[in-house]
Design a protein around this ligand. Structure first.
Ligand code: AMP
Ligand code: FES
Ligand code: ZN
Length: 330
């Protein structure tokens, strides 16, 4: 850890990492010790490390995996689910894992819906982002979780910050924060790893013997965010600590009121089909993209569809989803 000038053995590293996470949770008032937490797990190192750390800190944290139906050379989605099941059985056997399979639930995989819709000019990332945000938010709210936690690390945050700064997207800058409070049916969202470098979360995963998917999503290769990550890595190599100070000093400026979210919240209203908050008139962007109408039976994540307890029940996940989620008429 060059920027901290620390050299630690595996055990002390893991202790440092867990304690630093707890400090971030308290510093940014993310959640209280008795909170009901839903961790969005992708099968990558960051989100699995996050679930592990929260469990070790004694928090009650369940997992949510969204099966996107992305294949590529390594069957990306299948491998991700396999890693998550394996991790959950070994590291958090008493937690619940919710699995929402997008194709089972909504009738198409993410690559299929992106080809069928006008969003994202043929690249699935935009359809994917919209779908993930919607499902995470809706499941967290409907299952009564206090907070939704994601594994975003400092490299992710600094790259998005750079992108938004270069385009002076002040509305996005105002909303980029370690904590987004719940509002109007939207779940509270937190990023407990936002101050960890990517190499730090990777080191924690290795030290803890967590098996994760090394490859990133095949559709993310060569995207703009990765380009900014490369630029920031060059900066960091010349000036250790630059990434952290870029992000942390931004948070201070934001806290001081330099960026104000546009005050158009009044435009928010419930989607006429699914009831989720939206600024669009009528149906929300999600219902429009998936062509969900009142006639096709708007309620898609039925309350008993997806929870599975930690251990042996894992084998039943897909069957249960297929059996219990109503996809008729989609
Ligand atoms: P990404 O946008 O892929 O960099 O992922 C950022 C965070 O979103 C991860 O750390 C996870 O917490 C969450 N996430 C990404 N993909 C999924 C997924 N398929 N299912 C659940 N959570 C996800
Ligand atoms: Fe969604 Fe790659 S398109 S993770
Ligand atoms: Zn809707």
């Amino acid at each position: 850890m060059r920027h901290h000038k620390l050299a630690l053995c595996g055990e002390h590293y893991s202790e440092w990492f867990v304690n630093s996470t707890q400090r971030a949770i308290e510093k940014y008032k993310m959640f209280k010790p008795d909170a009901n937490i839903l961790v969005a797990v992708s099968g990558g190192k960051d989100s699995l490390a996050l679930w592990d750390v929260l469990a070790r800190l004694g928090y009650k944290a369940d997992g949510l995996y969204i099966g996107l139906g992305i294949q590529g050379e390594i069957d990306y989605s299948d491998q991700s689910l396999a890693c998550i099941r394996n991790f959950a059985q070994q590291n958090v056997p008493n937690a619940q894992l919710h699995v929402v399979d997008i194709a089972e639930t909504y009738g198409k995989t993410i690559p299929e819906i992106s080809r069928a819709s006008t969003r994202g000019h043929g690249k699935p990332c935009s359809a994917c982002g919209l779908t993930k945000r919607y499902v995470m938010n809706r499941l967290a709210a409907e299952r009564g979780y206090d907070v939704l936690a994601t594994g975003h690390n400092l490299d992710d945050e600094a790259a998005v910050l750079m992108q938004n700064t270069l385009h002076w997207q002040t509305g996005y800058l105002a909303r980029q924060a370690p904590v987004l409070e719940a509002s109007d049916g939207l779940a509270k969202k937190v990023k407990p790893f936002c101050r960890f470098y990517e190499r730090e979360t990777a080191t924690y995963a290795v030290v803890r013997n967590i098996e994760y998917v090394y490859d990133e999503c095949p559709h993310a290769v060569g995207n703009l965010t990765n380009f900014y990550k490369t630029l920031l890595n060059q900066l960091e190599a010349e000036s250790p600590g630059a990434k952290l100070s870029f992000y942390v000093e931004f948070l201070k400026a934001r806290q001081a009121g330099f960026f104000q979210a546009p005050a158009d919240k009044s435009n928010l209203h419930a989607c006429e089909v699914c009831g989720q908050p939206t600024t669009a008139p009528g149906r929300c962007a999600f219902c429009r993209m998936w062509n969900i109408t009142a006639a096709s039976g708007g309620a898609l994540i039925s309350p008993d569809a997806i929870a599975v307890r930690g251990d042996d029940a894992f084998d039943d996940v897909e069957t249960r989803v297929a059996e219990t989620v109503d996809v008729s008429g989609l």
